[in-house]
Design a protein around this ligand. Structure first.
Ligand SMILES: [Zn+2]
Length: 343
């Protein structure tokens, strides 16, 4: 729903993970595991694919493994074209993709390293719907009784991710990207199943400056009606898409049922409308003055009033943040965003 700029800081984070990715692991490393696929004699029988093509495809993964792992969105597009020349995505068979995904150790990384990365990025809500939590917990803290259960400590996963990882480019068609950091999106189960192996038009990491694809507002006339009748069902939520073609916008709205999800949250907006009445500028200023030691940064008052993060860059930290921010600005409960330079 909101993109993350593909900055040097982000690249360095991924590069650091790449360096230590298998340090604490004893199993066969991906490049060695991939070489086992090269040993398959009858590739037609096993994969339904020509031996030379299989070898070219696997060798390219082995030779460019480090680059593939941290390929940014632009590089991923180039890689897709290059691999397409060897075996087109539509010709990749299920067994072939499964063996590559296994060799790349996707499942092992998914249980540990990948969820640590998500935790470090501070993403705590599904990047598609922004309505569900995608959190990682440190399990040690909650498993003090494991000894009583006769379980050795090493057998317990130290972290557990309450999230699913969606491959933007499906691993069934682009198995070489199965463990590429930029290809893994933390999402909720509902969105992951809805999207399946289709390609979402939403790219989480971007080199573009346009980060938002959705904007929420409410129909003006419905504001008064909902307050006068004390009925939040009369609020009409309007959602517009930005920076997407009509087809991509339709895909996104329908696949993830965006309007349907947010229409269930009208009570949240009803509270904002009441707060708009209660928190007059005068009252806000009095609060800021009275608690100026408590609120060195006076914008914290906006966050308290809306009960969620108030800055666009923080929307991945809590479900509904983008929705609440947009509508709080729409009804002028919190100040507008500063205009972008040159716009
Ligand atoms: Zn979701």
């Amino acid at each position: 729903m909101r993109k993350i700029p593909s900055t040097e800081i982000l690249k360095n984070k991924f590069a650091n993970y790449q360096k230590t990715l298998f340090d604490s692991r004893n199993f066969q490393k991906p490049k060695d595991a991939l070489k086992d696929i090269l040993k398959v004699k009858n590739t037609i029988k096993k994969y339904g694919l020509n031996k030379n093509k299989v070898n070219a495809y696997i060798n390219k993964i082995i030779n460019e493994y480090d680059d593939i792992l941290i390929a940014d969105p632009n590089r991923i597009e180039e890689l897709i074209n290059e691999f397409e020349q060897l075996i087109p995505a539509n010709n990749i068979t299920q067994k072939f993709s499964e063996d590559i995904v296994d060799a790349l150790r996707y499942n092992a990384l998914r249980e540990k390293e990948f969820i640590m990365i998500i935790q470090e990025l501070g993403i705590k809500t599904c990047v598609y719907c922004h309505a569900q939590l995608t959190v990682v917990i440190d399990k040690d803290r909650y498993e003090r009784n494991y000894k009583d259960l006769g379980v050795k400590k090493g057998d317990i996963r130290t972290r557990r991710g309450f999230l699913e990882l969606d491959h933007r480019h499906a691993k069934s068609k682009y198995p070489f990207l199965a463990t590429s950091f930029y290809n893994l999106y933390p999402v909720c189960g509902n969105c992951n199943r809805a999207k399946s192996d289709k390609k979402s038009p939403f790219d989480l990491y971007t080199n573009s400056e346009e980060l938002d694809i959705l904007k929420f507002s409410i129909k003006d006339s419905s504001t008064v009606l909902s307050l006068v009748n004390n009925d939040y069902n009369q609020i009409e939520i309007e959602i517009t898409t930005q920076n997407l073609s009509k087809a991509d916008s339709d895909f996104y709205m329908q696949t993830f049922d965006i309007q349907g999800i947010y229409d269930t949250q009208k009570d949240l907006i009803h509270e904002l409308l009441y707060k708009k009445v209660v928190y007059t500028d005068k009252y806000k200023n009095e609060l800021i003055e009275e608690f100026k030691d408590l609120f060195p940064d006076k914008s914290i008052i906006d966050r308290l009033i809306i009960g969620n993060y108030d800055k666009p860059e923080d929307v991945h930290k809590r479900p509904m943040a983008k929705f609440v921010q947009d509508i709080a600005r729409d009804i002028e409960l919190i100040p507008p965003l500063p205009a972008k330079n040159g716009h």
